[in-house]
Write a protein that binds this ligand. Sequence first.
Ligand code: ADP
Ligand code: MG
Length: 237
Amino acid sequence: MAEPLLKIAGADVFYGASQILFGVDFSVEKGQTMALLGRNGAGKSTTFKMIAGLAPPSRGEVRLAGETVSGKPPYRIARAGIGYVPEDRQVFPEHTVDDNLIVGAKKGPRGDAHWTTERIYEVFPILAGMKTRLAGRLSGGEQQMLTIARTLMGNPDVILLDEPSEGLAPIIVQAIADLIRRLRDMGVTIILAEQNMHFCLGIATHATVVDKGQIVYRATIEELRHNEEIKSRYLAV
Ligand SMILES: Nc1ncnc2c1ncn2[C@@H]1O[C@H](COP(=O)(O)OP(=O)(O)O)[C@@H](O)[C@H]1O
Ligand SMILES: [Mg+2]
């Protein structure tokens, strides 16, 4: 049996003396869109930092395509195929949209160069209309799209999106949702950290719920949608 694309096994993470994640265990198959759900402070961002190598696990491991990546520095993990889009949109404000994309361009771990600026502009028509604009002049939603687009330019095997809809106006949230759905339909493997289950319905295929640094539920998003007990216990819905 082939291993899942991404596997997190028994991962503990500490910040200084305080333990934040406790034996985190879940896996993501190629092509899945996994919603990582949990209340504020549950451990979603820390899980992403752990996968990306910014908060390495003291116990347990992260495996990508059968290879252990935990323990490597963040740039090596990125190069191995994990694209991380942190909560704070990070664009190069003094550079154009086009240059922001070009900076992110690199071949994937197996030499694939699936994503080009042309392809990005097809999938992100909003960005196509502002190629020469300085990234610092974009709205929050446009910057979020640019950050996702730049991460895709690295041809990752899986992308981690940390609360991409946070702090955005409802109409922009809708545009981000449409975009993630489009990426899902193209076969991009995605982990989507969210407090809001409703945002994930119709986007995610699967759901993992984290609470107090522990994984408490794993199922399809449809199963979660109908599980009133889990929703009321662990999610603010
Ligand atoms: N740098 C840090 N140092 C110490 N504790 C932290 C740090 N960052 C987050 N925490 C704590 O870790 C827990 C999980 O936080 P986080 O992963 O950001 O949760 P979420 O993304 O689900 O809101 C919270 O209790 C938070 O206070
Ligand atoms: Mg967070």
